[in-house]
Design a protein around this ligand. Sequence first.
Ligand code: G
Ligand code: G
Ligand code: NA
Ligand code: MN
Length: 253
Amino acid sequence: GGPVREIHDGIRRGEFIPYYQPVIDIVTGRLTGCEVLVRWRKRDGSIVPPGRFISLAEASGEIFPMTLALMEAARDDLAAFYCDRPHLKLGFNLFAGHFDDVTIADEVEAIFSGSSIRMGQLMFEVTERQPLHDIRRARQVIARLQDLGARVALDDVGTGHGGLSYLLKLGVDVMKMDKMFVDAIGTDRYSVAIVDSLVKLAEDMNLDLIAEGVETIEQVEYLRAKGVRLAQGYVFAPPLPASSFLALVEAMA
Ligand code: G
Ligand code: G
Ligand code: NA
Ligand code: MN
């Protein structure tokens, strides 16, 4: 079979697995949760990053069963750890097609309602990199997820199609500042002006802000000085398989 068939069979065999990247409170140094990032662990043991298969999974529709499998696997990996730590959040990436239909909210409810992970611990990320097909419908899907108790983040803010209009129209709870702007810290003052503006915008809109792709102590210190509280990036940890993630965070949560 072709590559879509390979993805299909890989899902059936449980080869698409969650990696977990910690999200840190940079004021206290404590763990606040994680973001799930998919990896394809093939039968030969090799690990394939999402850049190599996610577009095809989205175009073919295989992303729908893949996302369900990831949510189930994350629930099973983290249930025990999250049960005793109700302040921890668990974030999943969704793609534009998930916001065409409220089915995703029913699926989330089915997967997590009987679990020790609470709905209030869940976060769903809508990326600005892809155009949403129907903003009003997407707003309804987001509202359904929020009615369940989950939170919704706008991901990759500043890079994409929706930009400020998505912030106004979607009713999200959280802004994720793209790595591109974090990278600008310590470079030229015009780029840093955009970081400062996004921080101010999140404050004024009463959104939580997560800075992504934080790689240096200098960036952490700049963000902290600006009042940013939440960050993820290689300076703390890369996305990790469940066993490494749990080993790392047992000590800090
Ligand atoms: O680590 P990284 O290479 O994990 O991820 C690359 C990109 O793949 C991310 O920017 C994100 O857009 C996408 N991605 C990662 N995991 C998922 C997922 O579970 N679902 C979707 N839709 N996209 C994902
Ligand atoms: O979902 P999103 O598009 O935001 O995906 C984040 C991507 O950034 C993933 O591919 C993840 O592996 C990657 N990433 C996370 N932290 C860092 C970092 O500090 N530096 C770099 N270069 N990439 C990172
Ligand atoms: Na994301
Ligand atoms: Mn992002």
